[in-house]
Design a protein around this ligand. Structure first.
Ligand code: FE2
Length: 397
């Protein structure tokens, strides 16, 4: 059984990308309308992070260079990162990495919300089998999201046992799948945003970034601070938080959140994302982390008018009522979506009717397709087969 698993795993790693291609994946660290961060793994002998890029209607390639660093724990690859700036909003670009024949495409985000803008959200991504992870990734890509947000427990590389190192091969496979399958219908790579989960850090909770060396090496965003905000001009802001894995919830992170949300008041659509759910669909409501989040972050979401929050960790689908002070309100209120079932075996959630906060809860694998426009926010929970299992809409005030 173990030999069969190892053989299929090694086969998957080598055939996902082809003979000489290594994972290439995108993210945004700042203004998504004019920048792009391109990341890729290379063999240790490739010492320079260099690429060429051009806009779809240009003929002359521009050169760009960045950082090339060894991965931790003697993993046999370097991580390369090139930050492109001064790009044109809502434009398609092509790039090719030095010494590689392959070319890749990406799109910058629009400056204004003149047409509906979609993105995909999920979490608890690649726990064991490759197939559900790949199917959900392909299904999400079919809907042409402008980015994908994965809220922790990405590749399940970290053991709960403190003395064990992370399994880098799982990170490699995770990135290989995204590099191959996270492309929209015009072939553009879809930028990836992530938050940290308990399975991305050795020790799970109450650790420091040193215990999550791969998470912090592989993803430029949210960066070593562990939490960050990404703002799409004046139409969308997204706060990415660490639910107590490598940064405490209370204290510096909550103070930062207060300052940042204060600045987002003129943004039309305001969202937040993190791993452990404040309003869990499966786990006990009074557990320490949900309680700490409800005490520290939830009052700030309510105070500054965050409209939706994306939670994970419980491995089911849930949508809460619009909530203020933990109670269902008829107008306004924050809606919490979750609960992390991108690639995991779904768990049986609580009966929504037996809680005060769940509008719906289902035992199903899904991602959330979010579409924002000048007049509304639409949320659709979709299975890997493309079946819409829940729809919800908010009208812009
Ligand atoms: Fe988790």
């Amino acid at each position: 059984m173990i030999i069969k698993f190892l053989l299929s795993f090694l086969l998957c790693c080598s055939c996902l990308l082809g003979e000489d291609l290594l994972p290439v994946y995108l993210t945004w660290q700042t203004d998504p309308t004019t920048t792009m961060t391109i990341q890729w793994l290379s063999k240790p002998e490739a010492k320079e992070a260099a690429l060429e890029y051009l806009k779809a209607d240009e003929t002359v390639w521009h050169k760009a260079t960045g950082e090339c660093q060894a991965l931790p724990h003697k993993a046999p690859y370097n991580i390369n990162r090139v930050f492109l700036q001064n790009l044109q909003p809502n434009a398609q670009y092509r790039f090719k990495i030095k010494d590689s024949e392959a070319t890749h495409l990406f799109r910058t985000a629009p400056k204004e919300l003149t047409e509906p803008f979609s993105f995909a959200v999920g979490g608890d991504v690649f726990p064991d089998d490759l197939q559900p992870f790949q199917e959900m990734t392909k299904q999400a890509s079919l809907h042409n999201p402008r980015f994908v947000l994965l809220g922790g427990d990405l590749a399940y590389t970290a053991s709960v046992k403190r003395f064990r190192q992370e399994d880098f091969d799982r990170w490699f496979t995770f990135l290989s799948v995204l590099s191959k399958d996270l492309k929209d219908q015009s072939g553009c790579l879809i930028p990836l945003l992530v938050t940290i989960g308990n399975h991305d850090v050795v020790g799970s909770y109450g650790q420091t970034p040193e215990s999550a060396p791969f998470f912090y090496s592989l993803f430029a965003m949210p960066g070593i601070q562990g939490y960050n905000v990404l703002r799409f001009d004046n139409y969308l802001s997204l706060v990415l938080l660490d639910s107590g894995h490598t940064h405490p919830i209370a204290g510096a992170q909550t103070e930062w959140l207060n300052r940042e949300l204060q600045k987002q008041g003129n943004v039309l659509h305001r969202f937040a994302a993190y791993h452990v759910a404040a309003f869990p669909s499966v786990r006990y409501y009074r557990q320490a982390i949900p309680t700490t989040i409800r005490r520290n972050w939830v009052p700030l979401f309510e105070k500054y008018g965050v409209q939706a929050v994306f939670e994970n960790h419980d491995h089911a689908y849930k949508r809460t009522f619009p909530l203020i002070s933990e109670s269902h309100v008829p107008r306004g209120g924050v809606v919490y979506f979750g609960d992390g079932s991108w690639g995991v075996k779904p768990r049986i959630p609580k009966k929504a009717s037996r809680t005060t906060y769940l509008a719906t809860a289902q035992s199903v694998r899904q991602f959330l397709n979010v579409t924002v426009s000048k007049t509304k926010r639409q949320f659709k929970a979709i299975t890997e087969k493309g079946v819409v299992i829940d729809e919800y809409e908010q009208v812009v005030d």
